[in-house]
Design a protein around this ligand. Structure first.
Ligand SMILES: NC(=O)c1ccc[n+]([C@@H]2O[C@H](COP(=O)([O-])OP(=O)(O)OC[C@H]3O[C@@H](n4cnc5c(N)ncnc54)[C@H](OP(=O)(O)O)[C@@H]3O)[C@@H](O)[C@H]2O)c1
Length: 329
């Protein structure tokens, strides 16, 4: 691995040869499953979709021109088996369908390392394991593929994997990522830790808490909710674009002195130095598997926290304000 060095890959037919000669089973046809299946098919890779007849994935795959089959049949028919199910479902489905591997050499792939690192999946001695993890939701992956922009994607192989498996993982990642895309080799551990830690502290957990608290503070102080929504939520998107285009230094030169002075004097009060030790603790919960066990327990007890969280915003002013503005955001 070349640490810290960005590796840019341009699309070439040579580079995707490895995956084009294999038949790929896409298990699950949700957010990632649909995008992987369509992108692979568009590049000439034979795909079979594995789904359950009781779910909505079966119908969606059929509408997109696939002929879905049940999970064990898809495994039997393929060389590469891609598990694109919810992370906590992967191990039970894999255990249930392990016999379908019939002691044959197959490649087993994931779009997230969770099930491999923490999920207790079977380690079949004749199979080799890899990861192809796009840096975004499946809908974005498909959109970027179609628009010719590509989406950054990380890939990894399990320790001790053959060079053939590495080539396969890279070519799978290259095909789904689109052209041209930034590809980077990672490890199962880095990908799993980085992804969980980032979504908990920044991308979802951190950003939600910041936006909600700032929105509520403005409204409590008499600001119209629509204006508060623009100030603390909508403008975040443009600010992030500015950051990604210019970096922290460039951004500091582009924003007004008022914004810069307010940021450096007040930002550390919002997120004081103790935030760092909280982040460290959260990281350790991720690394040790404590978070994974907590999530497994939540799911096996009927997902009460998740169910509450899915409905938790429905009646809030924050959500209602969003609904009143969504056509103009
Ligand atoms: N979403 C993201 O932004 C993102 C980004 C990178 C990686 N990933 C990873 O991609 C993987 C898939 O995530 P996702 O977001 O695509 O999930 P998702 O949208 O929730 O889709 C899950 C799919 O699994 C199917 N499924 C669920 N339980 C099943 C079972 N017992 N047997 C057969 N099919 C079953 C569902 O179909 P039915 O319920 O209709 O049958 C659905 O098609 C995860 O490992 C995730 O971490 C996600």
């Amino acid at each position: 691995l070349k640490s810290g060095i960005a590796q840019e890959y341009s699309f070439s037919s040579m580079a995707i040869e490895s995956i084009q000669s294999k038949k790929v089973a896409i298990l699950g046809y949700g957010n990632q499953g649909r995008a992987h299946a369509l992108n692979l098919r568009d590049r000439g890779v034979p795909v079979v979709v594995g789904a359950r007849a009781s779910g909505s994935a079966w119908g969606r795959a059929t509408q997109d021109g696939f002929n879905p089959v049940d999970v064990p049949t898809a495994i039997r028919q393929s060389d590469v088996v891609m598990f694109l199910l919810p992370d906590t479902e992967i191990a039970p489905v894999f255990h249930g369908a392990a016999a379908a591997f019939e002691n044959q050499r197959k490649w087993v792939g994931f779009a997230h390392g969770f099930a491999y690192v923490f999920g207790g999946i079977p380690r079949l001695p004749e199979c080799e394991y890899f990861l192809a993890a796009p840096k975004g939701a499946g809908s974005v992956l498909r959109e970027r593929f179609l628009s010719g922009k590509g989406l950054a994607t990380a890939f990894a192989v399990a320790p001790g994997s053959s060079p053939e498996t590495r080539a396969l993982a890279e070519s799978y990642a290259r095909v789904i990522a689109g052209n041209p895309a930034f590809l980077r080799e990672t490890t199962f551990q880095w990908e799993t830790e980085g992804d969980l830690f980032a979504e908990q502290t920044v991308l979802v957990g951190g950003v939600w808490e910041l936006m909600r608290n700032a929105f509520e503070t403005l409204v409590e102080n008499g600001h119209p909710p629509e204006l508060a929504f623009f100030d603390v939520c909508q403008e975040l998107s443009a600010t992030l674009d500015l950051f990604l285009k210019n970096g922290p230094q460039g951004m500091s030169e582009k924003i007004s002195p008022t914004a810069l002075y307010g940021a450096v004097t007040r930002g550390p009060r919002v997120l004081p130095p103790s935030t760092r030790s909280t982040m460290q603790k959260i990281f350790e919960e991720v690394r040790s598997g404590a978070f994974a066990s907590e999530l497994q327990k939540e799911v096996s007890s009927g997902s009460p926290i998740l169910q509450q969280a899915r409905k938790g915003f429905e009646k809030t002013l924050w959500q209602k304000t969003f609904e009143s503005l969504k056509d103009v955001l």
